[in-house]
Design a protein around this ligand. Structure first.
Ligand SMILES: [Zn+2]
Ligand SMILES: [Zn+2]
Length: 348
């Protein structure tokens, strides 16, 4: 099967998903169905509808209603390893330990700063604003669709056998992008020819567009749709820890100057400030290195995966549009819509 027919197949599959992806339409359909099945008396029906209208959003968002759970939605049967919250609206990686550790570290640092280090309301308020900014970015990185490519669930058995039986040469296709020949590999798990720059994440078990890496600290894949927030998370966290570190050092210096029990005696008076200063400087070094590395990659318009695999070492990078346009593409272009709608109700 040629590349065009495969692509069109994937496109059709995506369209079938997108055609039902508007939340508004889906909700109206669900209401109609629920009202049709549950009420017989017209007065009772009216009361039920008005109550339902008021609480329908909360009900759907929190998944606490039993009626909601009875309906099979796309995320209930999602074949990959992701974990979902709020009825499939939030998509997380399979192992939340890294995300919990990151959340705990940031919260603890911010709490120690507010209780022990910050000595004015303005100073504490500013640290809380920075903390909120870090958490907003962390939330976006770890819960939005990173660029999951839907699996080709409609692939026939003959088609699968055809692909499985083929040798390695025919299992990949060659396409030309800006004059550079690239390989499009067939993913046996997703049953698709992966678009250029995408890769199958072994941890999440999805093919991800513009796959960068699977980040253990956010427990999520970093790809086309969350790379921007990954970068803003890194830089907001650097800003927070620089702020905390600067005032921690100032407090330590002040205690040393004022204490009469010598240097070590002074340091034993503020163990929490010392711990936060040490943690902050480690975080700045780690995040700073990571941030610089990714700024370099953005300037070259390469993903970390492409850089690691030396994808364009010989051919030149066909996606490089120049430093300015490469940065614009990552930070200022509108995000492409998600290719999957996990909230949609599946047909029986
Ligand atoms: Zn795949
Ligand atoms: Zn992943």
């Amino acid at each position: 099967m040629g590349p065009k027919s495969k692509d069109s197949e994937i496109h059709n599959l995506n369209n079938s998903t997108e055609s039902e992806s508007h939340y508004g339409h889906t909700e109206i359909d669900v209401d109609k169905l629920e009202n049709e099945t549950e009420s017989s008396d017209p007065k009772e029906e009216k009361i039920q509808i008005s109550v339902r209208e008021r609480f329908v959003w909360i009900k759907r968002a929190c998944c606490f209603h039993h009626g909601h759970a009875e309906r099979t939605r796309a995320y209930h049967v999602w074949p990959a390893n992701n974990v979902f919250f709020f009825g499939g609206r939030l998509i997380c990686g399979p192992d939340p330990r890294g995300l919990l550790l990151t959340t705990f570290s940031i919260s603890l640092s911010s709490w120690v700063f507010a209780v022990y280090i910050g000595h004015s309301a303005l100073m504490i308020t500013f640290s809380l604003i920075l903390t909120a900014l870090v958490f907003v970015n962390l939330f976006l990185v770890s819960t939005i669709d990173p660029g999951i490519i839907p699996r080709n669930v409609q692939a026939s058995i003959e088609e699968e056998e055809e692909q499985e039986g083929n040798n390695d040469q025919t299992r990949s296709m060659r396409i030309i992008v800006n004059g550079v020949e690239l390989k499009q590999k067939y993913c046996r798990i997703c049953k698709i020819f992966r678009p250029p720059r995408s890769c199958h994440c072994a941890i999440c078990d999805n093919c991800i567009e513009n796959f960068d890496h699977h980040c253990p600290w956010t427990s999520q894949c970093i790809g086309l749709r969350n790379y921007r927030f990954y970068m803003t998370f890194i830089f907001s966290a650097i800003a927070l820890y620089t702020y905390i570190f600067a005032f921690s050092c100032r407090r330590i210096q002040k205690i040393i100057w004022e204490d009469e029990n010598g240097f070590l005696g002074a340091l034993s008076n503020c163990p929490e400030t010392l711990a936060v200063a040490a943690f902050s400087v480690t975080a700045i070094a780690f995040l700073g290195g990571l941030g610089c590395y990714h700024l370099y990659l953005i300037a070259k318009n390469q993903t970390a995966y492409e850089y690691f695999r030396q994808r364009f070492a010989d051919s030149g990078n066909p996606f490089d549009k120049g430093v300015f346009k490469n940065f614009k593409e990552v930070f200022f272009m509108p995000l492409p819509p998600s290719r999957i709608d996990l909230t949609r109700i599946l047909d029986e």
